[in-house]
Ligand binder design. Structure first.
Ligand SMILES: [Zn+2]
Ligand SMILES: [Zn+2]
Length: 87
């Protein structure tokens, strides 16, 4: 199992007296600091879209309840034995 977790976020900073925004991810990926939050958000979006897709049957069916991002396998959902297998 891969241990790398992606928890991308936007970090605030200050550069030459100006507020900056920078995309950073827990996997080590990071974008350049930008003066516009939108640009940092675009870096984040690009990173998330680059992540390998999770096989359909391992994706979370209720991401809001399980708080699983779409690029991660959901243990709760994946381990659920479909009802029809039990019959
Ligand atoms: Zn990442
Ligand atoms: Zn789930």
């Amino acid at each position: 199992m891969s241990a790398v977790r992606h928890r991308p976020g936007i970090q605030r900073g200050v550069e030459r007296g100006m507020r900056t925004w920078q995309f950073v991810c827990t996997c080590g990926a990071a974008g350049d600091p930008h003066y516009h939050r939108m640009l940092a958000a675009m870096d984040m979006q690009r990173h998330v879209l680059d992540l390998p897709a999770v096989p359909e049957d391992q994706r979370c069916r209720v991401p809001r309840q399980h708080r699983v991002p779409h690029w991660e396998r959901c243990d709760l959902c994946a381990d659920q034995i479909p009802l029809w297998l039990g019959w």
